[in-house]
Design a protein. Structure first.
Length: 402
């Protein structure tokens, strides 16, 4: 075992995938509660990558792979955005040869390598009794793998897209839509000054919640989402109508990064894929902008309409968490400790129907969480549908149990 001497036990925490505001408050909540309950806490650096790089020798310098957490460390970081433990998109079950740690290359030399046996040995080396991964469906899908291998796992959902199955809310979503609304409203002044279309590309690979909720809140006239392939001619017509009706002569569309033209596919920056098989998305906002300008003359008395095109990207990932992404992570962290104190594991802490709860962890690989198009999206008007708000969840749509 490493230098962590057991009291009640040792709890490991890691953050994987994209960073979001709210991760540090979650780490803080887990650590403070765990220490006060008599546990030691180990922070794993760089997500699953930190559990691959450990050299199982007490004399080895593993400071780049893990850190002993205390109240002083987490209190300093708990109010900030990002993750001070750092993160990566590593999948230990599928590690490319080039990414295999140097000390393991003699044993793992295939094009794709399953390093799970090393992860299990490293968890044992650290003396970790419970592991709390904080991540999206990719990070948590590997957590399910470890749970099936016998690791005591309690998972916490986070993702800007709000698309982890089993929960109505994921850490990072509120800050994402808050910033999307704020930045889109800021861009209106330029769009109005120049009488243009405003195209704003937002997050959302498979689920359109990050475009739907801000549009419903009034930040855009239209939105296009991954769940429904849109007709660019129809979008142009609608935006031209919206622009004409607006005294300031502009209109706004939010474009999910995973949105697709009718008859088309997702737009990727390149064909290089991460360890979970995802190519990096990028460019749908550019394509929509180009097509809008080209087609707009048909709906504007023969004159093309110029476009302001903005991809929000890391602007909604960076910075401090908002109120919800400060409170929910605190609750999720304490929920994880409640389960540990009861000797329960193999669970995902969640928000369902406005109440904190927990569900079996394998929900993250047993279903997909996407916008219910029939219930929430008007495919003719390319915008959200809503009527009664009675008994609806905080953000109005959950993608499940609807």
């Amino acid at each position: 075992m490493a230098e962590f001497k057991k009291n009640k036990g040792v709890i490991g925490i890691l953050t994987g995938g994209g960073d979001v505001p709210g991760l540090n408050p979650a780490i803080r909540a887990i650590t403070i509660r765990a220490l006060r309950e008599g546990y030691k806490v180990v922070g794993i650096r760089r997500g699953w990558a930190g559990l691959l790089d450990i050299v199982r020798d007490k004399k080895a310098d593993n400071s780049e792979s893990f850190i002993r957490l205390d109240e002083e460390i987490v209190n300093k970081m708990g109010r900030t955005g990002g993750t001070f433990l750092h993160t990566s998109r590593t999948n230990p079950g599928k590690v490319k040869t080039i990414n295999v740690p140097a000390h393991l290359r003699e044993s793992y030399s295939n094009e794709s390598n399953d390093l799970t046996p090393e992860v299990l040995k490293n968890l044992s080396f650290l003396g970790i009794d419970y592991l709390i991964p904080i991540g999206g469906d990719d990070t948590l899908s590997y957590a399910v793998r470890l749970y099936k291998e016998g690791v005591k796992v309690i998972a916490i959902p986070k993702t800007m897209d709000n698309d982890v199955p089993g929960t109505d809310y994921c850490i990072g979503f509120s800050t994402c839509i808050t910033r999307t609304i704020m930045m889109t409203h800021s861009l209106r002044t330029s769009a109005g000054s120049h009488e243009r279309f405003l195209v704003v590309e937002v997050f959302g690979r498979y689920a359109g919640f990050t475009a739907m909720v801000p549009t419903m809140a009034g930040s855009a006239n239209r939105c296009v989402i991954p769940e429904y392939k849109f007709d660019i001619n129809r979008l142009t017509e609608l935006l031209a109508e919206d622009r004409f009706k607006n005294p300031s002569r502009y209109s706004v569309v939010l474009v999910s990064e995973g949105a697709m033209f009718k008859g088309g596919e997702m737009v990727f920056k390149n064909q290089e894929k991460d360890d979970f098989g995802h190519a990096k998305l990028g460019g749908i906002g550019d394509l929509v902008s180009s097509e809008l300008k080209k087609l707009s003359a048909s709906f504007n008395k023969g004159k093309p309409v110029n476009v302001i095109n903005q991809k929000l990207g890391y602007l909604v990932r960076g910075g401090d968490p908002d109120a919800i992404d400060s409170i929910v992570p605190m609750a999720f962290g304490n929920l994880a400790l409640d389960l540990i104190l009861k000797g329960i594991h193999g669970r995902l802490v969640v928000l369902q129907n406005g109440r904190y709860d927990n569900v079996p962890i394998d929900v993250v690989i047993s279903s997909k969480k996407t916008v219910n198009v029939k219930k929430h999206y008007n495919t003719e008007r390319l915008r959200p549908i809503y009527s009664s708000f009675e008994m609806k969840p905080l953000f109005l749509m959950t993608g499940e149990r609807e």
